[in-house]
Ligand binder design. Structure first.
Ligand SMILES: *Cc1c(COP(=O)(O)O)cnc(C)c1O
Length: 410
């Protein structure tokens, strides 16, 4: 517990945590079961190309999220690219700017122009009214992103897509094992794409999956995913290589067995953060709807600089010095990144809620790597900083600003 200004690491004190606490530190199920599976696949000498673990993994994921087809992929970005291409998206596709840059890059990589749409200030998800306003004669689709695993307004997006003749997809990278209205994420839109990257709630080291109830789409994705091969030497389609390998599927099968433990750990941590930060002026912890199934993976604070007396950036740098590597996802928003920023520098005029969120949001560590006592300590640090006098806060801002000019300039 720190209670003197000079004890803060930015002012020369010892970092509170001896080792860095990361956001997105990987979850791992039963290590011995993983090792047994790896022995199996080594003995089989079947390492990739639709092996038994990949097929079993696809079946289990499809069953879990209640869809007809699951196509396992090497990552979600490739999944987004393939599904956009398989569904013939072209021209313009509307996405939120408040997302991981892969949502935009997957489109741009296919020469499709991502059109950035603003988000709702409360849900942080794509705003359907804004979607309608961004539709042009060139628009062919909408990709909703279930940010933080909190589902988009799927009903309104589906209504707009149907009425305007657009394809609706979901980037469900955050939302594996979540529900909307009791329905598992995975079955909404023409297809949904999960990420199983190491930093996500559930991981396969790296990996992803496209899930869909459209059998023809799934067949096409399988062809695309494997160079267009339909038999040993029969290429019938322009394909690429987006396959998941057996060792990733072995990790996936192992982690699926511990899914409920991951949820429980995250939920316990989430409640501890909310309890410890309740009533702290200037800090809100985003809420999950506990009547739905959630994975509680993202602990997201919104910092109101006026009330807190310190900016999100100052707080982040103070925490980093203490070895709490909090992240400002998705700063500065896709629209502020290249090539999108140079293509259209005026994007931010259209995105007031996105800009506001990008200056306020701070993600904190969650998952198996963190426990109740560390959460208490992280929250005590935050409360200590927010409880300082205005003069002291001013001094911290100067110190942090001098050390990290990038933070105050951008
Ligand atoms: C992580 C993430 C991706 C990319 O996933 P990969 O599996 O790393 O390619 C895409 N979209 C969102 C919203 C993400 O968070």
């Amino acid at each position: 517990m720190k209670n003197q200004l000079e004890e803060l690491a930015v002012l020369g004190g010892k970092p509170f945590f001896a080792r860095p606490l990361h956001v997105g530190s990987p979850n791992l199920g039963d290590r011995r079961r993983l090792m047994t599976r790896i022995e199996d696949l080594l003995n089989r000498r079947w390492f990739t190309n639709n092996g038994p673990f990949v097929r079993e993994f696809e079946q289990r994921v499809a069953y879990l999220v209640n869809v007809r087809n699951c196509v396992a992929m090497c990552n979600a970005t490739k999944g987004l690219e393939l599904v956009a291409r398989a569904l013939g998206l072209h021209g313009e596709v509307i996405i939120p700017s408040f997302t991981f840059v892969a949502t935009a890059h997957a489109l741009q990589w296919q020469q499709i122009t991502p059109i950035f749409c603003d988000v709702d200030a409360t849900s942080h998800n794509i705003d359907p009214d804004c979607v309608e306003r961004m539709i042009t004669p060139k628009t062919t689709g909408i990709i909703g992103v279930h940010v933080w695993g909190r589902p988009c307004n799927t009903e309104r997006l589906a209504e707009i897509a149907t009425r305007r003749g657009l394809t609706l997809l979901f980037d469900a990278a955050h939302a594996f094992s979540c529900t909307r209205g009791g329905r598992m994420i995975g079955g909404f839109g023409a297809a949904e794409v999960f990420s199983f990257h190491a930093t996500k709630f559930f991981n396969t080291f790296e990996g992803g999956a496209v899930v869909t109830n459209d059998d023809a789409l799934a067949r096409k994705l399988r062809l695309m995913n494997n160079f267009g091969f339909s038999g040993y030497d029969n290429v019938i389609y322009l394909g690429t290589n987006g396959k998941m390998n057996e060792v990733c599927a072995a990790m996936g099968l192992t982690n699926l067995e511990c899914l409920e433990d991951f949820v429980e750990t995250n939920r316990r941590n989430y409640r501890a953060y909310r309890q410890n930060l309740a009533g702290v002026s200037g800090v809100t912890v985003i809420e999950y709807d506990e009547t739905e199934r959630c994975n509680y993976q993202y602990i997201v604070l919104e910092i109101d600089e006026k009330q807190a007396g310190v900016s999100r950036d100052t707080l982040m740098h103070l925490l980093h010095a203490e070895n709490v590597l909090a992240r400002r996802y998705f700063y500065p928003g896709c629209h502020g990144m290249e090539p999108y920023h140079s293509d259209f520098p005026h994007w931010e005029l259209l995105l007031p809620n996105t800009r506001r969120l990008c200056s306020r949001v701070l993600s904190l560590p969650n998952g198996q790597a963190i426990g109740e006592s560390q959460i208490q300590e992280i929250c005590s640090l935050i409360k200590f900083v927010l409880g300082l006098s205005l003069r002291e806060k001013g001094r911290l801002k100067e110190v942090v600003g001098a050390e990290e000019p990038e933070a105050v300039l951008v």
